[in-house]
Every structure is written in C-alpha cells, then in structure tokens.
Design a protein around this ligand. Structure first.
Ligand code: GLN
Length: 303
C-alpha cells in the first residue's frame, strides 16, 4: 500500500469539512485556534512515520492524553485500578456529572473526565508525579525531549475548570480520590495541555499497535492489557459518539477537544488525525471523516 499517497488523498478529500465544526471555546485559550487546519500521520509498527497536511503542527492534546495516563496506571497497578473506575460506555457527554451521583462516585470509564481524574489520582499515588510520568513516557516514545505542556492552556483551563473541579470534589466526597483535589486537577490540566503534533502522537500510540511493546523494545503492558485498552478505546474513547465512531471507523480511537484523534490498527499502525473543528460530542469533524475514509479505502478495521 502506498501510505503517503493515501494520506495525501484523504487530506484533499476532507478540505470541504474544515469549516463545518466548532472550535472548543469553553477553554478560552483553545477558542483562538484557526479551525481551517488538518493534519494526519501514520506510524508503522516498525517505527516509520509519514504524514500529510498540518501533520507537523503542534496542537493541544487534551483528552488524547488520557490514553497514556491510563496505560501507565494499568502498567503499575494492574487489575486494582478497576475497583475505582468502570469500563462501560457512559452514553453521556465527557464532562457529565449526573451519572456519578447515581453510581456513588465510581466513574463509568477512564476516558470520561471523572474517570480520567481517578486515573491521574492513582498515577499520582503510584509515581509521586503523575504529570512527569506521562511527559517522560511521551518523550521517550517519540525521542523528543522538548515535549511539554502549554502553560497558557493549562492556566486557562484551571481558571475555567469548574466542572472538572466539581467532578473531583464529588468523587472525593465518596472517598474515591487519594490525593488532594487541587493536586489531582493540576496534574490533569497539565496532561490535557500537552502540546504535540500528529507525528509525535502517532509514534506515542505505537505501543498499542505493538500489543504492549514500547519503542525501546521493553514491555509496558501485557498482551492482554494492550488488547483490553484497545477495547476500552473502541467502546468509550469518543464518549457518547463511540457507537457512531465504531460504525464509521471501526478502530480503537481516543479523541480530544483540541481536535486530535489517536486511532490504532492493532499489529500494524498507529494513526493520528487533527482538525480543530468539533461536532456536538467534542470529536473532530474532519478527523472522524479522515479515519472513516482510511478504513473504507484500506479495508483495515478490527471487524
Ligand atoms: N481538558 C478537557 C476537559 O477536561 C478535556 C476534554 C476533552 O478533550 N474531551 O474538559
């Protein structure tokens, strides 16, 4: 397959969609991003990377980072983590509060915000510095020591992050946080504010395509845990649109409100698409279309 040709083609095809979505504006610093951007990168399990469009432009990773904190927490904690967070699709928006009360402070899954806060809390206990462990993992998977968070975006989110603060306090009231709420939120906002490009994210996701094996050949996750993480991405990674994403794309995927989506073809590729215009569920409009085109044209999906 000529992957470069395919990415070029897809990039051309999604251009009419670049003014269709809406840039996330509940984090003021994200509202200033130019929506008419699109990038796509593909990394092979052998470690080769190609890309098209704005694939080397850095953007705010946001909830795509939940993939990496979950992997690190699972690697360190194993099955214990699942006592504090579920693994069922929520059918609710990523920042919803309602379900958390019905379910006594146990979030439905690790990819909605409440679940990701629990994961960060656990990683903070296990490592002493959740943010630094995510950053160091990403630096070593990409070979780029410059990877860091954007302070303006982290501060912007901290100033307007009332919902996440509410979720965290609510879980603390049920005894489902081990660390002070302020610390958990700080580590969470910093991982959301990571600034990376499509090529870097595609490389960082390769451990999931390689059934748990990192860039240096060491094992992060057992084969089973890598398979399970891909399953949770497929069922929960795009929130209350996970059914539609599975229908259209058919790959494990994790989106973020910065407009990025990481998608995995197990045993073969890690893909990252980015375009800031979002649909009403917080998923990139052109990004989902690009992945839909990719799996339709190649016939590659997990089904
Ligand atoms: N930082 C964002 C938030 O917590 C991440 C949400 C997302 O990307 N879906 O609201």
């Amino acid at each position: 397959m000529d992957e470069q040709q395919l990415l070029n083609d897809i990039t051309r095809n999604v251009q009419p969609l670049l003014d269709k979505g809406r840039v996330a504006d509940y984090i003021p610093a994200l509202a200033r991003v130019n929506p008419r951007q699109f990038g796509m990168a593909l990394a092979t399990v052998e470690g080769e990377v190609c890309g098209a469009g704005d694939w080397q432009t850095r953007f705010s990773v946001q909830s795509v980072a939940k993939t990496f904190s979950l992997a690190l927490a699972l690697a360190a904690d194993g099955e214990r983590l699942w006592q504090r967070v579920g693994r069922e699709p929520s059918g609710n928006p990523f920042n919803s509060l309602v379900q958390l009360e019905y379910e006594q402070g146990i979030p439905r899954n690790p990819f909605i915000n409440a679940g990701a806060l629990v994961v960060v809390d656990r990683l903070l206990t296990l490592t002493g510095d959740s943010w630094a462990s995510v950053r160091d993992f990403l630096r070593s998977e990409t070979g780029n020591d410059q990877i860091d968070f954007d302070g303006e975006i982290a501060n912007s989110e901290a100033s307007y992050g009332h919902r996440n603060a509410a979720l965290a306090h609510f879980m603390a009231s049920y005894g489902n946080l081990e660390n002070p709420v302020g610390d958990v939120l700080r580590h969470y906002f910093q991982q959301c504010a990571l600034s990376m490009n499509c090529a870097e994210l595609a490389k960082a996701g390769l451990f999931l395509a390689r059934h748990g094996i990192r860039a240096d050949g060491s094992r992060l996750l057992s084969r089973s845990d890598a398979k399970r993480m891909n399953a949770v991405m497929l069922t929960c990674g795009t929130y209350d649109a996970a059914g539609e994403f599975a229908y259209r794309v058919g790959l494990p995927g994790k989106s973020g409100v910065g407009g990025g989506i990481l998608a995995i073809v197990p045993g073969r590729y890690s893909l990252c698409v980015w375009s800031p215009g979002l649909d009403s569920h917080g998923n990139s409009v052109a990004g989902v279309e690009a992945l839909d085109l990719f799996t339709t044209r190649t016939g590659l999906s997990v089904f």
